[in-house]
Design a protein around this ligand. Structure first.
Ligand code: PMT
Length: 400
């Protein structure tokens, strides 16, 4: 699976740097090419000679060679790689990655890299739990980086707790899993409809009823589906997000009614639909043609219920089609999600609760629970929306 893959291994200065010898051996044994970049401090923990010998390439530390001025281009390295692995990632290096402090070659390469980035943190347990480290990790997740959780156990300090860098075998397994999913094209030939973003319900030419959905979750789903071979129809409410993926056909809508029309007219040709949009449940009965003038009295706007798009698709769903809904809850999350699953005739529902920090609207992360029609429940940890999308698509593939 890793044959011919190109990796940048960014080593920062932590005691777990010694594990990079084994990590490099494993990657090279798999047929991968490894370009090692070390911080100055990392050289104190493992020698450049060891890493150059195992990776079969000179390692890079400085921006240029002081002997002859040859430039070590961080841009070229960043574009060359299929993935970058930062291991061990110290608190200091993660802080720099999160905040763009580009004072060494590892960080400038990270900032130039267009490939997926895997980060394997290591540090003492209190440093790991510190809010600053946790915040930086959550920022990295929000950039779409893949955090490889450290293990708990005895640490270099003698203390016992979470902070041991994942073992080289675990990191390689994570990489294999990632490329296996990307390359197997398990949705090739499938057509999937995704709704994303908010809807805007017009009150008058300058005002609307809306919500805080950014579209990030729905677009992450569309990208994941398209990367895995599906032809995606993305019915999107108003968002600031763009997509250039050739497997995604985007249909822009504004109101719940437009989203319903666009979705229901295309549903029959689809193998699956994922209803991720935050659709307004109510829309004004009268939409004023001219701007409503302010006066000092109270104002009432009469509202009527919009069409429940998920429920409408659930009614006409065939046995071969898979319908997935979301539940955005603030209270009684599980029982409300279970009710929606049944009422809308869904195959599974993705519950996200605004009570969970980092979940729901606008954030780059989400924390979900998947409940299927047999009431099987799977809980997931807080992850980037890209990784959450991958978990949801895995579940969908299992249903198709
Ligand atoms: O866009 P982001 O900022 O990334 O935020 C992501 C999200 C929070 C919007 C997303 O993760 C999410 O939870 N989407 C569903 C929001 C919602 O409207 O939930 P609900 O529990 O009110 O609706 C239940 C289901 O019915 C949803 O699948 C919804 O799309 C669908 N629905 C609701 C009303 C309606 N008129 N038609 C529908 O199809």
């Amino acid at each position: 699976m890793l044959q011919g893959k190109k990796f940048i291994l960014g080593i920062s200065g932590g005691i777990a740097a010694y594990k990079c010898a084994q990590l490099t051996r494993l990657l090279v044994k798999e047929g991968a090419e490894v370009q090692v970049i070390m911080t100055k401090l990392a050289k104190q923990f493992i020698t450049p000679l060891t890493m150059a010998t195992l990776s079969k390439r000179p390692i890079l530390v400085e921006f240029f060679d002081p002997e002859n001025g040859a430039w070590n281009s961080h841009v070229d390295s960043g574009l060359w790689a299929d993935a970058m692995i930062v291991a061990p990632a110290t608190a200091n290096t993660m802080g720099k990655m999160a905040n763009g402090v580009a004072d060494n070659l590892l960080i400038t390469t990270y900032l130039s890299a267009r490939c997926p980035v895997f980060v394997a943190p290591t540090m003492d347990l209190d440093m790991y739990q510190h809010p600053s480290t946790q915040r930086n990790m959550s920022t990295l997740r929000s950039y779409g980086n893949h955090l490889i959780e450290p293990n708990a156990g005895e640490l270099a300090s003698g203390l016992v707790g979470k902070g041991r860098m994942a073992e080289p075998e675990e990191i390689v397994a994570e990489l294999k899993d990632f490329f296996a999913k990307k390359e197997k094209q398990d949705l090739s030939g499938k057509k999937v409809l995704v709704t994303a973003g908010p809807t805007h319900e017009k009150i008058d030419p300058v005002r609307f009823i809306g919500n805080y959905s950014s579209g990030k979750m729905g677009y992450a789903l569309a990208e994941e589906l398209a990367d895995r071979g599906a032809k995606v129809t993305l019915v999107s409410g108003p968002t600031q997000i763009s997509t250039l993926n050739p497997n995604i056909e985007r249909i822009n809508v504004v109101s719940a009614e437009e989203m319903y029309e666009a979705s229901s007219s295309r549903f029959e040709q689809m193998d699956a639909a994922i209803m991720c949009a935050a659709v307004a449940d109510y829309t004004p009965v009268h939409k004023a043609d001219e701007k409503m003038k302010r006066n000092d009295n109270e104002l009432s706007v009469e509202l009527k219920a919009t069409t429940d798009i998920a429920a409408a698709l659930g009614e006409k769903k065939s046995d071969k089609q898979v319908l997935v809904g979301f539940a955005l809850e603030t209270q009684d999350a599980m029982s409300n999600a279970q009710k929606k699953l049944i009422k809308k005739n869904l195959d599974f529902i993705v519950l996200n609760s605004l009570k969970d920090k980092g979940a729901g609207f606008n954030s780059y992360t989400n924390k979900i629970t998947i409940i299927d029609k047999h009431n099987k429940i799977k809980e997931f940890s807080l992850k980037s929306k890209a990784d959450v999308a991958s978990d949801i698509v895995d579940e969908l593939v299992g249903c198709l």
